[in-house]
Design a protein around this ligand. Structure first.
Ligand code: SF4
Length: 336
């Protein structure tokens, strides 16, 4: 059958991948601020993300899906095959994200990547803690299979902090060795993801500095922690006021190194001139339906200034944050 390219249409994309055992969805509305393409990769609508593994061999203290990992099921073969079929016929996306908990624990990851490339995905991204990438033969196997983007979770700014937060000694050294190996490979794009908690926010500028030697690091993302619950029981949320100076310094430093930056879940009004770093969009996510029930507990979009604020990107505050710090009516201000 002749293939035809489908224009971007979130609803039909959502319907096209419906399969038993999964539910597609986006965590925020994509594509609202196209001018932000200049300052971030802003490519979320060109990707489809599949959660294919729910085991992990690190124990990050801030893990947002920790409490659901034993209940959620990876997307089944049928769902994966359906996405490939849709791509073969309609070339709907450019890239596929294979994610999990930790996707490299799947022994058939190279096969999944190869099948994705054969179906017409030009980019295959894995979201990983990066530890297994230090084995060069494994990294080569992934590259040969067509993985060309590595979205790596960096939790601290050095081995002491990263290993303390991931609770696995040696995790930093292996992750960094893997990134440095991939940094020498053509056609590879590296991205980082750092969860901003009470434990990590002060380290953000130093973290940017520590990775400044990587040539293929195109984008750094800073995800302000949310607990996937109505209460911050682990006490990992830091206040926006505490985070703001460190976050802004990290954004400026990353941009000075030529990186794109994306910040998630931070009030746009508190970023001042750096408000364009806020990009809350995500690719269409195909995942166990149980995830969405947990996600809805966050209660985003609460802000006393919502009606008068023109921000289209901001998630406002969430339930756990308000319970801990109040609604910050005096600190937030509506964008004109
Ligand atoms: S006033 Fe509220 S909605 Fe507007 S940018 Fe600030 S936090 Fe976001």
């Amino acid at each position: 059958m002749a293939s035809s390219k489908r224009p971007h249409d979130p609803l039909s994309a959502f319907q096209s991948v419906a399969a038993p055992g999964v539910r597609g969805g986006v965590t925020t509305a994509p594509g609202l601020n196209s001018d932000r393409a200049r300052v971030s990769l802003r490519d979320h609508e060109k990707y489809v993300s599949l959660t294919m593994e729910f085991r992990c061999n690190l124990k990050c203290v801030h893990c947002m899906i920790e409490d659901t990992m034993d209940r959620l099921q990876p997307a089944p073969e049928e769902a994966f095959a359906k996405v490939l079929e849709e791509q073969r016929e309609h070339k709907r996306w450019e890239g596929m994200v294979l994610t999990g908990a930790e996707i490299t624990l799947r022994r058939d990851l190279p096969d999944l990547a190869r099948r994705a490339r054969e179906a017409g995905f030009s980019r295959v991204r894995i979201q990983t803690h990066g530890v297994h990438l230090s084995r060069h033969n494994y990294a080569d196997e992934l590259l040969d299979a067509g993985v060309n983007e590595f979205f790596i979770s960096v939790t601290g700014s050095d081995s002491e902090s990263h290993d303390r937060i991931t609770q696995v000694p040696g995790a930093w050294d292996k992750m960094l060795a893997g990134m440095e190996y991939l940094d020498q490979c053509d056609d590879v794009r590296l991205l980082t993801n750092t969860v901003v908690t009470k434990l990590s926010y002060k380290m953000l500028p130093e973290l940017v500095e520590r990775l400044s030697h990587l040539k293929r690091l195109v984008q750094m993302e800073f995800w302000n922690y949310w607990p996937m619950a109505e209460t911050d029981t682990h006490d990992y949320c830091a206040s926006h006021e505490e985070i703001q100076p460190y976050l802004c310094a990290a954004i400026l430093r990353a941009r000075a190194y030529g990186r794109f930056v994306e910040v998630k879940n931070f009030p746009e009004c508190l970023l001042g001139d750096l408000g364009d770093a806020l990009v809350n969009a995500q690719p269409l996510l195909i995942i166990d339906p149980g995830f969405w029930k947990e996600f809805d507990r966050n209660g985003f979009y609460q802000c006393v200034h919502r009606e008068s604020c023109t921000s289209t990107e901001c998630l406002g505050l969430n339930t756990a944050y308000i319970e801990k710090f109040g609604n910050e009516a005096e600190k937030l201000y509506p964008l004109p």
